[in-house]
Design a protein around this ligand. Structure first.
Ligand code: 13P
Ligand code: SF4
Length: 303
């Protein structure tokens, strides 16, 4: 089917059904281009809670669509590709959290939104990569259990030395892959470039960075910084908005392999089919929604 026809059908159905399309920055350009809002996890979860449309098509991975559903249970939330998941979110189990709580009863459990609904329900507060430091600082607890991302947790621990951290050893397979040698090689090819990196990268890679932040924060950093060239240390999808917003700056990816296969599963045709067939509808148990709402709303308040 012709791409323009798919786009037209998406726009028509979106209007007919009073839907809003949200897309993460890691989505393929064709999907970002038809979205009503493109953002990072935090911006999108805030939007999901605030937007008036009763139907949300969430182009991202499952934990993001579930977060939207938890924040707005009265809305219908569709995830165009059912098996677009996040391997990091699957690394931690409820048993892991309960064991950690038992071993550290005085600690607050802070869960990165890249986690299952069940894990959120067992947490004191959630965070995203853009607000982890702020969220943790807002807590009275001296001890923090952080999960599932060890890299984001260690980044937060570096910023908040006055607190004690118990870090779960989860990781994003896409960000964990990147090594300091990639930074050296890309810097050699791009002399003088500023290097902006996502906190899901390892500490030895973050150490090389000129800026560390979420996808949204990296985009803002590059936009507001008067500099001719940048190296971007996160998933390639983010290059689409950065290049279009900064036509005179040279923007390169840290490595050509910086691709999240799950984020790349969603194509225009999936968005169209999702709207046509109202699939894949996110359905969550009322009790789990009730339990996981609290840590998510606490996060929104704290940030
Ligand atoms: P952001 O918080 O920057 O949106 O990142 C989400 C994510 O999945 C990174 O891998
Ligand atoms: Fe999960 Fe990593 Fe993909 Fe983000 S980039 S959705 S953390 S696998």
């Amino acid at each position: 089917m012709d791409i323009q026809l798919i786009q037209q059908d998406i726009f028509r159905l979106k209007k007919e059904k009073n839907a809003v399309i949200l897309a993460h920055y890691y989505q393929v350009p064709e999907v970002q281009d038809i979205a009503d809002h493109v953002g990072d996890s935090f911006a999108l979860s805030k939007l999901a809670a605030e937007l008036p449309e009763p139907l949300i098509v969430f182009c991202g991975v499952s934990f993001m669509a579930e977060t939207a559903k938890i924040l707005s249970p009265e809305k219908t939330v569709l995830l165009p590709v059912a098996d677009a998941g996040c391997p990091m979110a699957d690394m931690v189990t409820a048993k892991d959290v309960l064991d950690l709580k038992r071993r550290h009863p005085d600690a607050a459990v802070v869960s990165y939104v890249n986690s299952s609904t069940e894990i959120k329900a067992l947490s004191d507060i959630c965070c995203t990569s853009s607000n982890a430091v702020k969220v943790i600082r807002s807590l009275p607890h001296k001890k923090i259990i952080f999960l599932p991302d060890e890299n984001l947790g260690s980044y937060a621990a570096e910023q908040i030395p006055e607190k004690e951290f118990v870090l779960f050893k989860g990781f994003c397979p896409v960000h964990e892959e990147v090594q300091p040698i990639d930074v050296k090689l890309t810097r050699d090819k791009n002399p003088g470039a500023l290097f902006a990196v996502h906190p899901e990268c390892r500490a030895d890679v973050r150490k090389e960075a000129d800026f560390i932040g979420s996808t949204g924060q990296i985009i803002d950093f590059i936009k507001r910084t008067d500099h001719p060239n940048f190296i971007v240390g996160t998933e390639m999808g983010i290059l689409h908005p950065i290049i279009s917003q900064n036509p005179t700056k040279k923007i390169v990816s840290l490595t050509p392999n910086f691709i999240c296969p799950n984020m790349k599963k969603t194509r225009l045709i999936n968005v169209l089919e999702s709207l046509q067939q109202m699939k894949q509808m996110i359905e969550l148990d009322d009790t789990i929604i009730e339990m996981s709402r609290k840590p998510l709303f606490k996060m929104l308040e704290a940030s």
